[in-house]
Design a protein around this ligand. Structure first.
Ligand SMILES: [Zn+2]
Ligand SMILES: [Zn+2]
Length: 285
């Protein structure tokens, strides 16, 4: 049996127009995923665009200063669809959830949303970096860009370092989340021209972030959008990390549980094992 997929998006996420909660549940039954969490985006950090075009599929708005914010989650409609899917797929465990972007920067609205949704799976993410553009500096505030856009402003290694520094701050915060999403997120947009990922140069920063996460008692997500570098999972074990979650970060039904067999094999090879039931996170072997 495949592990539970703890990080899935549906049509209720602003960047998932091909999302389909019902079809994703049908897909779970078809491929043997025992449980899944619809962790819809909660993004409260504005991204300065500096003229960079947005993919047309994004639903949201650009303010007078050229900063983008994705659409808010429609909580009631989302929870109603979760209920309808639970009735339609009684053999499938369906968790409500949220993917909280930089929740440590937005404590009050995040707490309110967590209360309003009673979400069962809370995933914490970093998607943004401080904007280094001179206009942002001139504003006198800390402004942000999307991480991929960060490569326009920093040396590639410094993008990943800045990302990991924020991950460590998120992990050390008391923000309400149980699983850290995609620690390798900036590598999705790593420029080919920069050559292979320089893991030796990044090791200290990765270990610092993992250590903060382990100390917090939270779980590390094995996000399968990219195959996770094995040494990151070994460092998680060495940091004393107790738990591993699996997340496909699917934005359409066919991507559910993508790469899970390889990811499960990697987790076992790195010293983790399934829980007593498929509904638990994986623990240390
Ligand atoms: Zn994310
Ligand atoms: Zn996601």
């Amino acid at each position: 049996m495949l592990p539970a997929d703890g990080h899935v998006h549906s049509q209720f996420s602003w960047d998932a127009p091909a999302g389909d909660m019902r079809a994703t549940c049908a897909r779970a039954v078809e491929v043997g995923v025992p449980a899944l969490a619809f962790t819809e985006h909660v993004d409260l950090t504005r991204w300065n665009l500096h003229g960079q075009p947005l993919p047309e599929r994004y639903s949201g708005h650009v303010d007078d200063h050229g900063a983008f914010l994705g659409d808010a989650l429609q909580v009631e409609a989302y929870l109603e669809e979760v209920e309808r899917c639970r009735e339609a797929f009684p053999g499938l465990r369906i968790w409500s959830g949220l993917e909280l972007s930089e929740p440590h920067w937005h404590p009050d609205p995040v707490a309110e949303l967590v209360r309003a949704t009673c979400a069962e799976r809370l995933v914490g993410s970093v998607h943004a970096l401080p904007d280094l553009h001179p206009d942002a500096a001139a504003s006198g505030r800390v402004e942000h860009v999307e991480t991929g856009h960060g490569y326009d402003q920093r040396h590639p290694v410094d993008v990943v370092r800045a990302y990991l520094t924020e991950v460590a701050a998120l992990a050390a915060s008391d923000a309400p989340f149980a699983v850290l999403a995609h620690i390798d997120y900036p590598l999705r947009t790593w420029p080919a021209s920069a050559g292979p990922i320089p893991w030796e140069a990044l090791e200290d920063d990765v270990r610092t972030a993992l250590s903060a996460l382990a100390t917090s008692g939270r779980a590390l997500e094995l996000n399968t959008r990219l195959p996770l570098e094995g040494r990151v999972l070994r460092w998680w074990h060495e940091a004393g990390g107790d738990a591993v979650a699996f997340g496909s970060d699917a934005h359409h039904p066919e991507a559910l549980a993508h790469g899970f067999r390889d990811a499960a094999a990697l987790a076992e090879a790195c010293g983790f094992r399934p829980g007593a039931t498929p509904f638990e996170l994986w623990g240390r072997a």
